[in-house]
Ligand binder design. Structure first.
Ligand code: GDD
Ligand code: MG
Length: 369
């Protein structure tokens, strides 16, 4: 089977992380975001994955090919010279998608969930129509594509992208299964699957949906990324592959630091004595966390050093950072690559661009260039 991942895009909402790394390679729970999807696709029987890239494919190629070898899938890069939206990339990859006679999966690259793709495929085959969307219930329906459908059959009556008025709270999760015939609806030009293709399929009664079990999150912006960690970590607790780097209150009992809720700590990271980590913290490769730090609801990317007694809450600390002792960093702060923070500073909600040294406190959110 084949699949296409909509890689996109500049990832502007995840800046400053995406200033030095394409969004799909930004780590989520210590693994590039897109690799969660690639593993799920492989698990569902996909062998060839088309990466629909609208920006800097060369920045991804070497790393993705290495992952492809490890996981056992082949990547085909489909590069748009002009962004083609969320449907145009299917037309561009038409020849590749037609190379096998099965239905194919399409995924947005910035969502996290359990990816029950085998169940999706089985349901798709059962109703026998052109497309199936996985849907999930959310509170902030206005941020997504809302789907109105018959709860018994799953037949979609209406698809409304980012509605201003309430039409429902079941939304498009960005996970699809399509028959090849969908390609006849899409021209090779900038086209939105949500506003141009889905409404048309719904009116010809060719679009169905299936409810997604469990958690789901679009992790394409800092606040949601941090919420996503809180949903993802408990969901993998006890799964063999991840368990070696995942801790909770029970498994951390004999360690020299304490854990609240779930935390994921790469085996190469060093955690100082007396730290309290969690809930919902990820610590990447080769990080060094000084003694007596308090870290919650945050991600610390590879090769970062945190000084003693730092307090970090709801923050994403990028790669290769050095944070001084006794700093207090909170409220959806995001640091790019290679940021240094002098000791004893308070940083509230700041976005710090790569290669920057911070020597004073910022009590209000702002972008530090
Ligand atoms: N190749 C390519 N070219 N990919 C693109 C382009 C493009 O021009 N534009 C966007 N993408 C990719 C993005 O990288 C992302 O993986 C996916 O398409 C969706 O784009 P977003 O920009 O993240 O859209 P959204 O989050 O506002 O809304 C979409 O996702 C929601 C679920 O998270 C829609 O599909 C909504 O209906 C849906 O509810
Ligand atoms: Mg998105």
């Amino acid at each position: 089977m084949r699949a296409l991942i909509l890689v996109g895009g500049f990832g502007t909402r995840l800046r400053p992380l995406t200033l030095t790394m394409p969004k799909p390679l930004v780590p989520f729970c210590n693994k590039p975001m897109i690799i969660h999807q690639v593993e799920a696709l492989k698990e569902a029987g996909v062998t060839d994955i088309i990466l629909a890239v609208a920006y800097r494919p060369e920045a991804m190629k070497a790393e993705m090919e290495e992952w492809g070898r490890q996981i056992g899938v082949t990547f085909i890069f489909s590069h748009e010279t002009e962004p083609l939206g969320t449907a145009g990339p299917l037309a561009l990859a038409r020849d590749e998608l037609l190379k096998d006679d099965q239905p194919f999966f399409v995924l947005n690259s910035d969502v996290t969930c359990k990816f029950p793709l085998r169940e999706l495929l089985a349901f798709h085959r059962k109703h026998g129509h052109e497309g199936t969307i996985m849907v999930t219930k959310v509170q902030e329906w206005h941020k997504y594509g809302v789907v109105v459908y018959d709860e018994t059959s799953g037949l979609i009556d209406q698809f409304v992208e980012k509605p201003k008025k309430f039409v429902g709270d079941k939304i498009n999760s960005g996970i699809y299964c399509f028959n090849k015939s969908i390609l006849n609806r899409i021209k090779l030009e900038k086209t939105s699957i949500e506003t141009q293709v889905f409404p048309q399929m719904a009116s010809s009664k060719e679009l169905y949906c299936m409810e997604l079990e469990g958690f789901w999150m679009d992790i394409g912006q800092p606040h949601d990324y941090i919420d996503g960690i809180a949903k993802y970590l408990p969901s993998i607790l006890g799964t063999p592959k991840e368990s070696e780097s995942l801790f909770n209150e029970q498994t951390a009992k004999d360690l020299h630091f304490s854990v609240v809720g779930c935390v994921m700590i790469d085996p190469t990271a060093e955690i100082g004595a007396g730290c309290v980590l969690g809930p919902n913290v990820t610590v990447g490769k080769n990080c060094k966390i000084g003694p007596s730090c308090r870290i919650q609801n945050s991600a610390i990317f590879e090769n970062t050093v945190i000084g003693a007694g730092a307090y970090i809450s709801k923050t994403i600390i990028g790669w290769n950072n050095i944070v001084g002792r006794w700093c207090r960093i909170e409220n959806n702060a995001v640091f790019g690559d290679d940021v240094q923070v002098k000791p004893e500073l308070h940083l509230n909600g700041v976005k710090v661009l790569p290669n920057k040294t911070i020597s004073q406190s910022y009590d209000k959110p702002e972008v530090l260039m």
